[in-house]
Ligand binder design. Sequence first.
Ligand SMILES: CC(=O)SCCNC(=O)CCNC(=O)[C@H](O)C(C)(C)COP(=O)(O)OP(=O)(O)OC[C@H]1O[C@@H](n2cnc3c(N)ncnc32)[C@H](O)[C@@H]1OP(=O)(O)O
Ligand SMILES: O=C([O-])CC(=O)C(=O)O
Length: 432
Amino acid sequence: MSNDTVTLIDNRTGKRADLPILDPTLGPSTVAIGGLPKALGYFTFDPGFVATASCRSAITYIDGEEGVLLYRGYPIEQLAEQSTFLEVAYLLLYGELPTAEELAAFERSITNHTMINESLKSFFNGFHYDAHPMAMMCGVVGSLSAFYYNHTDINDPADRDLAAHRLIAKMPTIAAACYKHGKGEPFVYPDNRLSYTGNFLRMMFAIPSEPYEVDPVAERALDVLFILHADHEQNASTSTVRLAGSTGAHPYASVAAGIAALWGPAHGGANEAVLRMLEEIGHPDNIPKYIAKAKDKDDPFRLMGFGHRVYKNYDPRAKIIRRHCYEVLEKLGKRNEALLDLAMRLEEVALSDEYFIERKLYPNVDFYTGIIYKALGIPTNMFTVMFAIARTVGWVAHWLEMVSDPELRIGRPRQLYTGPARRDYVALDQRG
Ligand SMILES: CC(=O)SCCNC(=O)CCNC(=O)[C@H](O)C(C)(C)COP(=O)(O)OP(=O)(O)OC[C@H]1O[C@@H](n2cnc3c(N)ncnc32)[C@H](O)[C@@H]1OP(=O)(O)O
Ligand SMILES: O=C([O-])CC(=O)C(=O)O
């Protein structure tokens, strides 16, 4: 590196190049790197953050080559089999499995905060009945910062905990309200005698003043799905929550940013897209046509629910969900669900195709979930909302970890500037 150059390391290709640190007054150029950290001597170009660690974290470990996922050291398979969602939430937030007393106190705190302020109803009324539930959720969760703005000091650990508990507690209530608003039905208040998922199912499907029995099969099916979706280290939505939170933004606003990031079909929105894709494919005979589309570089279509930035092996969550899918449909008496057979056939065809083998594209967490949600009566446009309820635990766990980190700095990536070099303003009447 000379005084006027900086070494650029391209994380996509591994190539290094000495690039001039241009003085923009020198004239036009294709790449002008203004004000880069010359003292550092190098600069990494990493679109998509493929090889950039943005933080230290003790919450979740992934080995993408081996298909391993641990929450605070515990294998996801053991947690899905033996734990409950709120127990896992405690583990992710506080680092250890709770004792019976700690769990009871945590559950009490969560159930204390399930209600939403009555005036939030007016926010819902501002949305058209056919607004996407993720659009409503994003707006309504962001609006919680207005309700709690004066009561949340992010430098106070007790206030931080309270915000975390409130968010986890209120997400199912807000999610169910999004659904009810779309149907034009009155909201159902939480019943805090029920479990986290039982309460959610009742708020979704009960008609006020009519009796409602929570189906234990549906309750446990949802609990397992929530455990599997609770955290996944620095995925796009969690990174968004961290980036927003790194500025000192309010936790409710930071989580609203995470909901927005989750919504995209390349991330959590894939669960909705998978079901729509399966319905469009319709019959196993049509699978080759869709596989060909997915391989065609001139066609924007991708096989939804396939591929992952970190997993170059079967996503361990997808493996559990595939099995869970069988069991849940069986128990609900819906084993004749043709969509499951279609999805399994699609997986079989893709996994024996050279294109998918070469690129190590396997089913991800979003591939099979929609089939369970559908069997539980949850409409397709609510799938990503379900993901958001569960992922709130990860978002707040990362937010808590980040704001209590003495090394915290504002998140602020740099860029490779590719625009024009300095030039002078031209008066309107002299432009041609
Ligand atoms: C909860 C979650 O967020 S899980 C992910 C949910 N998202 C999806 O299921 C959407 C479908 N999948 C995808 O779009 C991608 O696999 C992602 C977004 C998950 C990962 O993206 P990246 O890590 O950036 O991988 P990238 O887009 O570079 O893909 C690598 C190669 O595989 C191909 N590829 C990746 N996913 C797919 C797919 N689903 N269908 C067809 N081809 C694919 C790409 O075209 C690329 O091929 P190339 O090397 O010939 O150009
Ligand atoms: O980790 C990722 O990039 C996406 C993902 O699977 C998740 O957020 O659960």
